[in-house]
Design a binder for this molecule. Structure first.
Ligand code: BTN
Length: 281
């Protein structure tokens, strides 16, 4: 990793590995703001050049009263995590790793729909910025050519049994071209798919704009509008799929989404509603 000199404290010049504050490719809140087309999402931006996980930071902000629309973003996430405690690898300065705070007025049993809402917004942004048609894989992966370009981890925060908000953590592989062996065969990026480099500020702005536009359906309880559009980005319906959960796997035909965003599978035992799991087609 390149070491960049930083001189942030009263004339001291410090050499810190993994400090990107003055790196020419680092994101800057001013640049992000100048590209932002959303009004509400991104009105507060917390940029950190290095941070273990934007989701953890955003959850602390939410617990301490930071409100809806705030965004935490980093150029170097050192301990990013995904569902089922998997690691999220992201090369510093190449990708988007960020978290958005939302406070939907939604019943806890409908929270699954928030992941689909976020996935749809990311898919729309990728389509807009890179002119590629991504596939949404239930519940929260975005694929290009069968490989994962983006993952979403939505985490609900409760206070005194009341939903305080949801932190939507988004990782998008943008300009990274090589991946660790563990995910090499399953991960891709916009740059790998198109052989082009992308402006991360512009992509972030597009995601936030789509999140803002789709959010009115979340807030007005019209999640079916989100699900209708989400279905246009998926290919799994009518196919035989297996859903792998911690303890077991269920196989059946992917039939439809229910009103909570759960997946209805037609199995040999009749219809089964799936709320979580990893699917293979
Ligand atoms: C998954 O694929 O299971 C979800 C991956 C989510 C990764 C993002 S990167 C930004 C945010 N911070 C985290 O620690 N995780 C999410």
């Amino acid at each position: 990793m390149v070491t960049y000199p930083i001189c942030r404290w009263q004339g001291f010049t410090l050499d810190f590995q993994e400090q990107f504050y003055y790196h020419p490719n680092a994101m800057r809140t001013d640049d992000i703001r100048s590209q932002l087309t959303s009004q509400f999402f991104g009105r507060e931006i917390y940029y950190r050049d290095i941070i273990p996980s934007t989701n953890i930071f955003a959850k602390t902000l939410l617990q301490n009263g930071t409100g809806e629309g705030a965004v935490v973003i980093t150029d170097n996430q050192t301990d990013g995590h995904g569902r089922s405690n998997r690691k999220w690898y992201s090369e510093p300065l190449k990708n988007l790793t960020f978290s958005v705070i939302v406070q939907p007025t939604i019943a806890p049993e409908r929270l699954g729909g928030v992941s689909l809402y976020a996935g749809l917004s990311v898919a729309e942004a990728i389509e807009e910025v890179a002119s590629l048609r991504p596939i949404c894989k239930w519940p929260n992966d975005i694929l290009l050519n069968g490989k994962k370009v983006s993952g979403i981890l939505s985490e609900a925060v409760f206070e005194y049994n009341q939903l305080k908000g949801v932190v939507i953590g988004v990782g998008i592989n943008v300009n990274q071209r090589a991946f660790p062996a563990e995910v090499q065969s399953t991960a891709t990026s916009l740059a790998l798919e198109t052989n082009l480099e992308y402006d991360r500020d512009a992509l972030l702005s597009s995601v936030l704009m789509h999140m803002e536009r789709n959010y009115k359906f979340v807030q007005s309880g019209r999640m079916e509008k989100i699900f209708e559009t989400w279905k246009q980005y998926t290919t799994m319906f009518g196919q035989i799929i297996s859903v792998h959960q911690t303890e077991n796997s269920i196989t059946g035909i992917a039939a439809r989404l229910d009103e909570d965003g759960g997946l209805i599978l037609l199995t040999s035992n009749g219809e089964q509603k799936i709320l979580a799991g990893d699917i293979t087609v």
